[in-house]
Design a protein around this ligand. Structure first.
Ligand code: AMP
Length: 206
């Protein structure tokens, strides 16, 4: 299978599509956001160091996430393809990744600004990595996959969302050009979960 990078603004549907891709192709879903949130929950040193950045909608320092990803890619289940969700987020991270991995495809989930706001304001997540929108939960607050209680991410608060979108535009959006120049970029319209996944599968089959 391929080594895949998933690009897109916050709320573009990266987490949702990454879960589906991982299941469909039986490859690990590597989300730096999930790894950092787990560390915060478990109050590890890494979690303590990362929390203030995340709560402010800022990026965690490059070297911290680069080390996390390098270690994760060394695990045996990543030998035959993986999906990177939320990494790289800066050019420095993309450069560091290129030293240790060959990225076959960068899927860029494209979504209008109004949709981002609508998605983030209704987002509920599980510590296991599943993501939901209130419109599909019928009032339930537990994860359909593992039964744990869903929560609203602290960084989905409106003030923080604004900061995250600014960070995205300034630091992460340039990666679209970076992977286009590398000849591996595929834009995918992020419409509904199902339609987007059909487009994703088509892009991956090519
Ligand atoms: P995410 O779940 O991907 O939206 O990530 C949530 C937060 O974790 C981000 O807003 C950042 O503060 C931090 N984070 C996740 N991935 C990275 C990364 N590759 N580089 C820097 N910070 C990150």
């Amino acid at each position: 299978m391929k080594n895949i990078v998933l690009l897109g603004a916050p709320g573009a549907g990266k987490g949702t599509q990454a879960v589906l891709i991982a299941k469909e192709y039986n490859i690990p879903h590597i989300s730096t956001g999930d790894i950092l949130r787990r560390n915060i929950k478990e109050q590890t040193e890494l979690g303590k160091a990362a929390k203030s950045f995340i709560d402010a909608g800022a990026l965690v320092p490059d070297q911290v996430v680069i080390d996390i990803v390098k270690a994760r890619l060394d695990e045996s289940d990543a030998a035959d393809g993986y999906i990177l969700d939320g990494f790289p987020r800066t050019l420095a991270q993309a450069e560091a990744l290129s030293q240790v991995a060959k990225i076959d495809i960068a899927l860029n989930l494209v979504v209008p600004f109004e949709t981002i706001i609508e998605r983030l304001s209704g987002r509920r997540v599980c510590i296991c990595g599943e993501t939901y929108h209130t419109s599909m939960l019928n009032g339930s607050d537990t994860c359909k996959k593992c039964g744990q209680k869903l929560f609203i991410r602290d960084d989905d608060k409106p003030e923080t969302v604004k900061a995250r979108l600014e960070v995205y535009n300034k630091q992460t959006a340039p990666l679209i050009d970076y992977y286009a120049k590398a000849g591996v970029l595929e834009d995918v319209e992020s419409i509904s979960v199902e339609k987007t996944f059909e487009l994703v599968k088509k892009a991956l089959a090519e």
